[in-house]
Design a protein around this ligand. Structure first.
Ligand code: AMP
Length: 425
């Protein structure tokens, strides 16, 4: 048997209703804040990710699905959405410093070691806001995510924030980190030694318990922050406080991608074990210019949908979603001769009641097994079209969950009858 690729999951019908709830809630919410949807290709030129995410990040170094196309181009499955969004906006609508709010949703691909909450194909909802330099828009994005948690009934998520300053101040910090870690090089693991010169900030991010002591002693960025970033960060904190958002400043929060500056943030949960981040974001003021556009400040976030779904399983939403695939009506048919009439009756119901979920039994099974199927489907009401019904132009309506018998009505009165019967449930 051919199986799915490791780390790439099927999402089965018992879970898709939960995904649909999340997607629908996010769509309505994002639009209500003025964010417009953008749909981007899943494949991009590899150079796009190398030049934005950074050649020495884990993602680009070892996690991208990259291949050479038949014409020799190097292409990669997108590992995240920001780079593609920036590319698309530059390609179609060169910035003239106007504000733009965009969002996207879809699969991302990273060849990480699969484990609970970490997959090789996973899904993100992302938002990107271009052309707004202030902390107000950073705060708006954070407030928007808080509203999403609320709408989904999720409690207990913690916000961590930090500032990464500007590229110049980060370069000074970086230099000092290299000196500090070089002095204790023998205490570093292989990964960190490799990163020492390419990406020393990432050492701070290491989860290796044996490194924690040396990491704790490392210089922190606070001392290096430039006054502009400092002020931006202070204002952001004030706005968050004004909006009753609890946060923790985590000076170690650096995030894995190279393009961030000033604000970075993450929403975390303790309920998912090691993979506790459900949303990450930050400001990337230099990226648009880096790609040849006008200097354009930008900030965004990405929500990990797979992890949110795991959290949602423990909420009342899960029960609502669980039943939302169930049909209201199940149509039972007395035999081959009545297929035509059955499908016609079904169409009449669909025409008049477009929101009703009606499953027609297909196949000439006995009444008994059709009733069993009706029961299993979760339907509330069975419609029955047998020989007697068809010959007299009638249809039988039978409750499956409440004991109130059945009625046989002329087909012309079926809709009125269903409206009455469904209202009783
Ligand atoms: P990042 O783009 O790495 O900042 O990720 C943003 C969010 O996407 C994270 O907070 C996670 O919730 C989610 N995420 C990232 N990588 C994975 C993965 N391999 N599997 C599942 N979710 C992920």
């Amino acid at each position: 048997m051919i199986r799915a690729v490791r780390g790439m999951n099927d999402i089965l019908p018992d879970t898709t209703p939960l995904w649909q709830r999340l997607e629908h809630t996010a769509r309505v919410l994002l639009l209500s804040y003025g964010y417009e949807e953008i749909r981007l290709p899943i494949l991009e030129q590899t150079a796009l990710f190398e030049r934005s995410i950074g050649e020495t990040t884990d993602i680009v170094e070892k996690e991208m699905y990259t291949f050479t196309d038949r014409n020799g181009d190097s292409l990669s499955l997108r590992p995240e959405g920001t780079a593609g969004a920036v590319r698309a906006v530059l390609q179609h609508n060169p910035f003239r410093n106007q504000a733009q709010r965009l969002w996207y949703m879809g699969p991302m691909f990273r060849r990480e070691r699969p484990q609970k909450g970490r997959y090789r194909q996973f899904y993100q909802i992302g938002a990107e806001a271009f052309g707004m330099p202030g902390p107000d828009i950073d705060a708006e994005l954070i407030i928007l995510t808080r509203r999403l948690w609320r709408l989904l009934g999720l409690g207990g998520l913690q916000l961590e924030i930090n500032t990464l300053g500007t590229a110049t101040t980060r370069a000074r910090f970086r230099q000092d980190l290299v000196s500090y870690f070089s002095a204790s090089a023998e205490k570093l693991d292989q990964d960190s030694r490799r990163r020492l010169h390419s990406n020393p900030l990432r050492i701070l991010d290491s989860k290796n318990p044996e490194l924690q002591e040396v990491i704790q002693g490392a210089p922190t960025f606070e001392r290096y922050v430039d006054p502009g970033s400092e002020q931006h960060f202070r204002q952001l904190r004030e706005i968050l406080e004004h909006n009753d958002i609890d946060y923790r400043v985590n000076p170690r929060l650096v995030r894995g991608l190279d393009y961030y500056s000033k604000t970075v943030f993450e929403w975390l949960t303790t309920e998912l074990g090691a993979q506790g981040a459900v949303c990450g974001g930050g400001r990337y003021d230099g990226l648009v210019e880096h790609f040849g556009g006008e200097p354009t400040p930008a900030v965004g976030f990405a929500i990990g949908m797979d992890r949110l779904i795991e959290l949602l399983r423990e909420t009342p939403l899960n029960d609502i979603a669980r039943t939302s695939n169930e049909p209201h009506l199940y149509l039972i048919v007395g035999g081959e001769k009545y297929y035509g009439s059955a499908l016609r009756v079904a169409e009449t119901v669909r025409e008049a009641m477009p929101h009703i979920r009606l499953v027609t039994h297909c196949g000439s099974d006995s009444f008994k097994s059709q009733f069993k199927r009706a029961d299993k489907s979760g339907a509330r009401i069975a419609l029955l079209l047998g020989e007697d019904e068809v010959s007299q132009g009638m249809v039988t309506v039978k409750h499956l969950r409440i004991s109130s018998g059945q009625v046989t009505v002329p087909q012309s009165e079926l809709i009125a009858c269903l409206e009455k019967e469904l209202a009783r449930l």
